[in-house]
Design a protein around this ligand. Structure first.
Ligand code: 5RP
Length: 262
């Protein structure tokens, strides 16, 4: 039952639920990765099953694709969809300009390609992800395996000249071995503390040979929906400046929880 959910899951559910209201029949929808995005996929799946909603989903990771298919959502490749109406995804941090750090779930490369190929990106999150300045969350950078230590040294040298607080770089591990992304690459996490100029850092990082993409999403997100533990949410639109608040009725979502066996 919904009342058994933790406040954090209720917050994620509330944000995801409001975001799914934006999905209309016939849309091509980018499906994000992570625990908040997983709620969105489940809620969207419930609409597909209950309302017969016809959409095509483009997943940002193998695990999101598997979940979406299990939920009954038609999953197509980005090359089949070409361009998307909307992407809904989580984030690790967002600032007042709705610039993001993403990649905590190691899916930043596909997430960035999919979000960039969308008319609109909505980020769904809980309040803990809001920051005045990006950088407390280690910035993920996807790099190829060849020459990994050289790429790492070049990144360390490059960030010496930039406006950041910390400069430690660590290789993301999966147990005893380096984590391998869906695209067969590695992740370096940059422990920067505070990023003075995220736009500059994003551009400079991508100039380093061996870097495939970085987890800074600059001017990509249009709206953020912040969920709260009591089912309330706040939605902010960066273009219009509009703010909407509301509350999700958990009782109306009973079938989703029943499917999950909560
Ligand atoms: C995955 C991501 C996720 O969106 C981000 O890590 C947030 O995840 P969660 O919703 O589980 O907190 O960027 O690469």
């Amino acid at each position: 039952m919904p009342q058994n959910l933790s406040p954090v899951d209720k917050a994620k559910f509330a944000a995801a639920s409001r975001a799914v209201d934006f999905v209309e029949a016939g849309m091509r929808v980018g499906l994000g990765t992570g625990s908040t995005a997983a709620w969105m996929v489940r809620i969207l799946g419930a609409r597909v099953r209950d309302e017969g909603l016809k959409i095509a989903g483009v997943a940002t990771s193998a695990r999101t694709a598997a979940l979406a298919r299990a939920e009954g959502i038609t999953v197509v490749t980005l090359d089949e969809a070409r361009w998307l109406d909307l992407t809904i995804d989580g984030a690790d941090e967002f600032d007042p300009k709705l610039n993001l750090i993403k990649g905590g779930g190691a899916a930043l490369l596909q997430e960035k390609i999919v979000a960039t190929a969308s008319d609109q990106m909505i980020v769904i999150t809980d309040a803990a992800k809001e920051v005045a300045h990006l950088g407390a969350f280690p910035l993920p950078v996807e790099v190829i395996g060849f020459g990994l230590q050289t790429t790492r040294a070049l990144i360390e040298e490059m960030i010496e000249a930039l406006d950041v607080l910390g400069r430690k770089v660590t290789l993301r591990m999966n147990g005893d071995t380096p984590l391998v992304t869906d695209e067969g690459n590695r992740i370096l996490d940059l422990h920067l503390g505070r990023i003075g100029n995220p736009g500059q850092l994003a551009m400079v990082l991508n100039q380093v040979p061996g870097v495939v993409e970085n987890g800074l999403f600059i001017d990509i997100c249009d709206r953020v929906i912040i969920g709260h533990g009591d089912g309330g949410f706040e939605m902010r639109d960066i273009i219009t400046g509009a703010v909407e608040t509301g509350r999700i009725d958990f009782a109306e979502s009973g079938n989703i929880f029943a499917d999950l066996g909560h």
